[in-house]
Structures are given as C-alpha cells and as structure tokens.
Design a protein around this ligand. Sequence first.
Ligand code: RIB
Length: 342
Amino acid sequence: MASIQDVANLAQVSTATVSHVLNDTAYVSPRLRDRVLRAVRQLGYQPNALARSLRTKQTKTIGIVIPDITNPFFPAVVRGAEDVLSSRGYTLIIGNSDNDVEKEAQYYRTFAARRVDGILFIISASTHAPDFLRGHDAKNTPIVYVDRSYRGATGDVVLADNERGAYEAVSHLIKTGRKHIGIITGPQVLRNAMLRLEGYRQALLEYEVELSQDLVREGQFDEESGYLQAGLLLNSKSRPDAVFVSNALMTMGCLRALTERRVRVPEEIALVSFDDLEWFAYTSPSITAVAQPAYELGARGAEVLLKRITGELTGPYRRLALRTSLIVRTSTAPVQCENTTF
Ligand code: RIB
C-alpha cells in the first residue's frame, strides 16, 4: 500500500506539502496541488483516517439518532441532513432508537467511541434529558436537537412551528363550519405534541368555539393509538364534527376507525392530519394536512451543527422554528347548508 512518502517522491514535494493538500491545512499552489493529487490517484494512496483524526482532532463523522426508522417523517429528515453533511465531506452514522432511551444511550456511547464531531438528535418521548447526557461535553461534541427537544436541552434546536401549524389547521376547520372539533394529540411528554395541542386551544379560543375536554384524546404518535382514540372520540357524548390528528401515523389509525364505522368524511366528520404523506393526495377523500418541512429540518439542523463544530456559531443556543404549510384537500370540504342531502 502506497505511503505518504511515496506520494511525495512521485510528486517531487515534501510529505508536509502532501499533508497540507489532503487536509486543506495550508495554502499550496495549484501547480503543486495538481501534482500531489495526480500522484495520489496514480498510487491509489489512502490516508490513514485514524492518524488524520488524531492530528486534526476531527473524524469528519456525525451521528444522528432517530426514534422510528419505519415512520416516513424521520428518513426525510435524515435525507436533508445527509445531503448537507456529505457535501461538506462528512459521513453520517444513523442510529434508530425505537423510542427506547436505553437504545439512545447505546448509540450515544457508540458515537463517543467513534469520536464523532457532532450529534443530531431526535429524542424519544421523554420530558427531560436522560442520564447519559448529564455531563455531556457540548463544547467538544455539539448536539443539535431536531424536531423535538428537552426542557433546558444543552444544544441548538431546529423544529417546525408546531403551534402555528396546528392553529392554522384548526382555524381552517372552523372556517369550513365545524363547531365540535376533536383532537388526538401526540404523547404529552413531547414538546412538539404539547405545542400542537396549544395551537388547537388557541384557535378554539380565538374563534370562541367551545373546548370540550371529552373531545381531547392523547395518542402515542402511532397507528394503533390513532385507531383507539378515534373510536373513543366517536363514542363521546359530544360527538365531533371534525378531528385534528397530531401526526400522520395516528391519522391512518383514525381513518381505519372512521372507515370501519362507515363514517362519511367530510360530510359527517372533517379530518386534518399534522404531517402530510404523499398518498394523502390520492385517498378518497384526499386528506387535508399540515406539511412539516422534514427535509429542511434535517438540512438546517446539519448546517447549525457544522457551524458549531467549525466555531462559526458560538454563544447562546439558538431555536430555529420553520414554517409549516396547510395543504387543503377534500377531507375538510365546507359543511353544506342543512337541507342538502349528500
Ligand atoms: O410522526 C412522527 C411525529 O413525531 C412527527 O409529527 C414529528 O414531528 C415527530 O416528532
């Protein structure tokens, strides 16, 4: 296997010049740079990554932890992060925690052992920083929390504007004539789920629509809880004429419950999902949804993390809230006047 000395000899430069070219650590004239890169290609030279990381104190690797790799929202976030990181020469190591704090801890330890330069973290459902993060050296290995964060999290946060997105969705339902609007929330230990509930409350308050506690049901961001909570909503004494569901997987479960009961959407119950899925445009009825910029969340999170790593970003942690967009489809068509038969 060729050594750095072989490259230097072939390019007729010093080993220091070869190192500067490969690590971009000092100016080298284009003429010498080309000679070095040609020699590297000709000899098939592979720099010793471990040796380089010890010298530069960087491994050019980033770890990301996501809570559920089967949920299409998270791979979209990873895609955005990976595109930014790979364009800057970083490798991304993906960990799927299955919403399990123990698995989160395991990936955290793995990232530490691999000396990643930074971590992107989409936390599992928990209200506070887990034990394994206590004493984390955020200065040397910055963490950016994406989509969700802990109260008092020691890192920058990049998430969607959950409260505003929920407010816009419920306001839309009210403007189409709905007056008994139910909500299936996400787990109320998660800040983003709390903010979606808050947006729901704000819209009802602003339009002076009654908030009935038996129309507020807590789900767990999965299909099964969406199905169960939708059934309870339909059996509640003040039957809803609309349901706002706080994520796409629970919307699928809610749709299953409505279909089983032959409830007509939107004629009997209008439906809005927080999170859009591609096939929501092709169902009958098509589903009105609050689209989160999942790809952008990953890309912006990666950019903030790289700025922390390079020292371009210093000082107090930032909180970046990205706008959502309401995609109106037929599941929220306006209520027709009383005497129209469907
Ligand atoms: O479906 C997963 C949900 O949890 C999404 O709404 C996303 O915000 C994540 O936090």
